[in-house]
Design a protein around this ligand. Sequence first.
Ligand SMILES: *Cc1c(COP(=O)(O)O)cnc(C)c1O
Length: 372
Amino acid sequence: MVVPLLDLKAQYEQIKSEVRAAIEDVFERQQFILGRDVAALEQAIADYSTTQHAVGCASGSDALLLALMALGIGRDDEVITTPFTFFATGGSIARLGARPIYVDIDPETFNIHPSALEQAITSRTRAIIPVHLFGQMAEMDEIMDIANRYGLYVIEDAAQAIGAEYKSRRAGSIGHIGCLSFFPTKNLGGAGDGGMVLTNDEQLAEKIRTLRVHGGRIEYVYKMIGCNSRLDELQAAILRVKLKYLDDWTERRRVNAAIYDRLFLEYGLSEHVKTPVRRDYCRHIFHQYTVRVTRREDLINWLKEHKIGCKIYYPLPLHLQECFAYLGYKPGDLPVAEQAAREVLSLPIYPELTEEQIHFVVRTIAKFYDHR
Ligand SMILES: *Cc1c(COP(=O)(O)O)cnc(C)c1O
């Protein structure tokens, strides 16, 4: 048996004819930039995420950049975020000349720790970027309460969390701005790069629509300095097809996670494998099924030998990356994130995974730890 970490070919098999027809339609129209598929997808994603506005852009990374630009964040500003995330979260802050302030995480959810975040606030702090890591939302009540008390903006990095819920509220709809990614491996993935900015604020939405076309909505008249960051019409057409299946795919991810949880328990592996902690007020969409393990390097080699895909998200927290050396962090500064980086391992969780494959993964892990 072979169990890849993700099987996009299996997904494509289900939707091939619809995707091909959607692509063909765009070619027939020859409108490749900001056409009706982008507009329709923006409306559909706004509805799906329960926000007033959604603005397509070139990637999830650009969604973060556009969000920060729209809020006027730049030099001398500080933005507080988590170090245990994909690079773009911190990178977008630094690219605008602002200073990323990394604070430690909750050991159970891997998400930013609200009290650590409050302690890091200074007179220069302008915004907070919580990341809904692996598909489970950060503690948004606490984060919004802190933001309101200190007058800060909140940008939700929901790149891994489309459709996730916190107390029945969807990812990207609670903060001032939410950012989505349609990178091919995300739960809703395109055939290339793509992203979207969500907001309930009409003025912010208008500013983001202007920023994505260089800063001028009227041709050759520029109100501000923006960039070129559009979602391609082709991507929007493909994503519109895939969005119809997203709830079904998410449900299957959740079922798969429940099967893993049950099997790890049955095999009595709790000493070696800590399964993901779910908050009962959250709808976890399981972008990743991430466990903490002992003897990780050996286990990874063992899984490779048995043709089981797995990956470390993320092996080196952002505060210890070379490019952020100027911020002055050293090993030991954010111990919970650093320990997570040493222990985590993500296992296959994609919707098309079969129960037999999950059994095989858990059985193979149990054999490694010499249980049964
Ligand atoms: C994928 C991802 C991004 C960036 O999205 P791209 O579309 O790849 O630019 C940002 N933040 C997080 C947490 C991500 O997982």
